[in-house]
Design a protein around this ligand. Structure first.
Ligand SMILES: [Zn+2]
Length: 737
């Protein structure tokens, strides 16, 4: 191309600018910053740069335009924790040992990217957005800061995974990045950001819905816009071009292909073909597409080599840079994928896939072979066609080689306990089931089992909408067909529990336990039922049993503390709570209960501290705020007490409870007029309990006044008329957590 000659000084200025830009780009830093962004559940073919015309993904598209887009990247597993463990270790799942969400934690022996970067003097930070990546699962190894703070979010719906919207995760990242800008001596950083929004359930903002063909695509558009804020911040600081920026997804989404609605069972390209973009101007060409097969196991060695760090040779991947630059010809790297979910959770057969030479081979009871050139969606099974037998056999050998190589690299995963909430979410998502109950599905091909999985999903949706009877009907039908089906029985037990049929729930849990006595979560549920029935001995026994199997099971410790507290053994209760908080320091419920203990003892300063800690984790929780207010008041901190109660009022504007507490505070301080006014407001909001007003000693100083008598009269009238207890819904204080 010929350049037009520009006149005079302008051309000189431009020339100088170009020179400066080139100088800036040309030299690759010895230890560049590294950013890995993983979108959950994001299909490559639903992004603009990968050819989806209806996408609104300008941020990702620009990253691709400035870097190298890998068009044939395959994830090692369609399951969040499994895939991320591969990205972070450069090992395949049979080697790193994390084979499913929720039940596995990465072993200490793993050498993660974060550990490598930290050892090299990097600042290492992770920001994740779903509880399946919480630090319990040990992907936090090597990170200075692992921000998995999801407690501040709204309570998830039944069976839903606790998550944090992209906006908040990105804000946390930007808050840190803003702080970092003020440092004079900056270390290079290794940053991992995980955004969960494309995972169902989708709740994209209206603007994204309006421009997207589906709520799935709208959620991707939303996450893309939030990602844009991070890219802009890096660009504004001048660091973007000196940063290795990797964008990928942990897996895709089936969207009904192969009869699968979401992901995790099958290993077809619908859920394993992921986007992979690397942007690094000093070493990577701009706007190039690399067509050859690559894997997410290659990300770790590529980054280690780009940052001139050791360890790449200990991974199972290869350095992608020479391929991306065209220094080496396109290589036919074998692409491994697995899903053991159907096996671990349903007792069916596991699935193992290898893609090579343009073919997909899936090892299953009914094996599969697909010609990717003519059949990229993997619809026409060629296995068993005589002309393809040799091809199938060769790929099976290839798969075996990958498994053997994994055995050589294998480290042991840890058995990981999890929160009751996570278990509840996972078990019914089909993410988690008993290990021994295989009788009904032993060796079944997941292709044949998918209808069962879908039926379970239907039941789950009914349960989410509290259509208990419909959920029960689906589940009982399923159990009639397959009496040994643990997932169905677990969901049935939970449905009975949620609708208050505790005895029926207990019956189901005991049946599950009889078949799989190692399931500590079942003991946890039985303990909770016993506690709700006031049977403390049984609750204690069940939770102790759970701890015998899973010694780190925080929820069991919390329940044992509660049992001790209910029995009046405060010191035992305190030591249970403290033990649990050592394992999970942010657990709000435990802080609140510890606060209750101090409060009972009259140690109001200590109580206040715990309640505030609990509230930090769950800012919308009214109990902790009210109790913090009460503690502050009794500790003599009247101003703080009022502040806390007003905060509760602002968060729960329809509830009479914070208003009533504020009225009491004002009464106690002798602010008669303010107290009456606030009490009046509280009555307007549904404070209709005359007895409370009669017995509450806070009002003793004002009881004789005519205003008080008038207000009491008003409450008595409403109370007697049996008015609906307005405001209770918002201000309801449940007993069990
Ligand atoms: Zn995922």
């Amino acid at each position: 191309m010929k350049f037009r000659v520009l006149p005079g000084s302008f051309s000189r200025t431009l020339g100088l600018l170009l020179l400066l830009v080139l100088a800036g780009c040309g030299r690759a830093p010895e230890h560049p910053n590294v950013v890995i962004v993983t979108f959950d559940t994001t299909r490559a073919d639903h992004l603009g740069t990968y050819g989806f015309g209806l996408a609104h993904t300008p941020t990702i598209d620009h990253l691709a335009a400035d870097g190298v887009r890998f068009d044939n990247a395959i994830s090692a597993a369609p399951i969040t924790a499994v895939s991320h463990a591969t990205i972070m270790t450069g090992l395949l799942p049979p080697a790193h040992g994390v084979r499913d969400n929720g039940t596995f934690a990465l072993g200490d022996a793993a050498e993660t990217l974060a550990e490598r970067f930290k050892a090299a003097g990097y600042e290492t930070r992770a920001y994740v957005s779903a509880i399946v990546l919480s630090r319990r699962y040990k992907l936090d190894q090597g990170f200075d800061v692992y921000d998995d703070d999801l407690w501040g979010e709204d309570e998830p719906k039944l069976f839903m995974i606790r998550e944090r919207p992209a906006e908040e995760t990105i804000q946390h990242v930007l808050d840190w990045y803003g702080q970092r800008a003020k440092q004079t001596q900056k270390k290079p950083f290794f940053l991992w950001v995980h955004l969960f929004d494309p995972h169902e359930p989708h709740h994209p903002p209206a603007w994204a819905k309006a421009i997207s063909p589906s709520s799935y695509d709208a959620s991707i558009a939303y996450a893309d816009r939030e990602l844009g804020r991070l890219v802009d911040a890096l660009r504004a600081s001048g660091e973007l071009d000196r940063t290795v920026f990797v964008f990928t997804a942990d897996h895709g989404e089936s969207l009904g292909e192969h009869g699968e609605k979401t992901h995790a069972i099958f290993v077809y390209r619908a859920t394993t073909h992921v986007p992979l973009i690397i942007r690094y101007p000093p070493e990577y060409p701009r706007g190039k597409a690399y067509p050859g097969p690559v894997r997410n196991v290659d990300i770790a060695p590529t980054l280690l080599d780009l940052a001139h760090l050791p360890g790449a040779e200990q991974t199972q991947g290869v350095d992608l840079t020479p391929l991306a630059r065209g220094d080496r010809p396109v290589a036919d790297l074998p692409q491994y994928s697995e899903s053991k979910l159907a096996e671990l959770d349903f007792g069916m057969a596991p699935l193992f896939a290898v893609r090579k030479d343009g073919y997909t081979f899936i090892r299953a009871p009914k094996p599969e072979l697909y010609d990717l050139k003519s059949d990229p969606n993997e619809l026409h099974n060629l296995y068993g066609v005589p002309a393809y037998q040799a091809r199938s056999d060769a790929l099976d050998v290839e798969l075996e080689k990958l498994l053997q190589d994994s055995a050589k690299h294998a480290i042991a995963a840890q058995n990981s306990p999890m929160s009751a909430e996570t278990m509840q979410a996972l078990q019914s998502l089909g993410y988690l089931q008993g290990a021994q109950d295989r009788a009904s599905a032993a060796g079944m091909d997941p292709k044949d089992g998918i209808s069962i999985y879908n039926k379970l999903e239907t039941a789950r949706h009914f349960a989410q909408h509290k259509k208990w009877a419909s959920a029960e009907k689906e589940l009982k039908e399923l159990l009639k067909q397959m009496p040994q089906h643990t997932s169905a029985r677990s969901v049935l037990a939970l449905v009975e529990f949620k609708r208050g049929n505790l005895e029926e729930a207990k019956k189901q849990y005991l049946q599950l336990l009889a078949r799989d006595p190692k399931q500590f979560r079942l003991y946890g549920m039985l303990g909770q039922i016993a506690l709700m029935q006031g049977n403390y001995d049984e609750a204690e026994h069940d939770n102790q049993e759970a701890l015998k199997i899973a010694p780190q099971f925080v929820e069991a410790m919390g329940q044992l503390g509660l049992v001790a507290a209910l029995r009046g053994d405060e010191s035992a209760a305190q030591s249970w709570y403290e033990r649990a908080l050592k394992i999970d320091p942010g657990f709000p419920t435990l802080h609140r209960r510890l606060g209750d203990l101090y409060y009972e003892r009259g140690q109001y300063d200590l109580a206040l501290k715990e309640y505030l800690e609990a509230n930090k984790g769950q800012p919308k929780d009214m109990r902790s705020l009210l109790q913090a207010g009460a503690s502050a008041r009794r500790a003599g901190q009247m101003e703080q007490a009022e502040q806390l109660l007003r905060k509760a009022m602002a968060l729960h504007p329809k509830s009479w409870i914070p208003r009533y507490n504020l009225a009491c505070l004002q009464a106690k301080q002798g602010q008669a007029q303010a107290a009456f006014a606030t009490l009046g407001e509280s009555i307007d909001h549904g404070m209709v309990y005359a007895n409370l007003l009669v017995e509450d000693t806070d009002w003793d100083g004002l009881r004789a006044s005519p205003e008080f008598k008038q207000l009491l009269q008003r409450v008595r009238k409403i109370d007697a008329a049996g008015s609906p207890k307005a405001g209770d819904e918002d201000g309801d204080i449940p007993d069990a957590d």
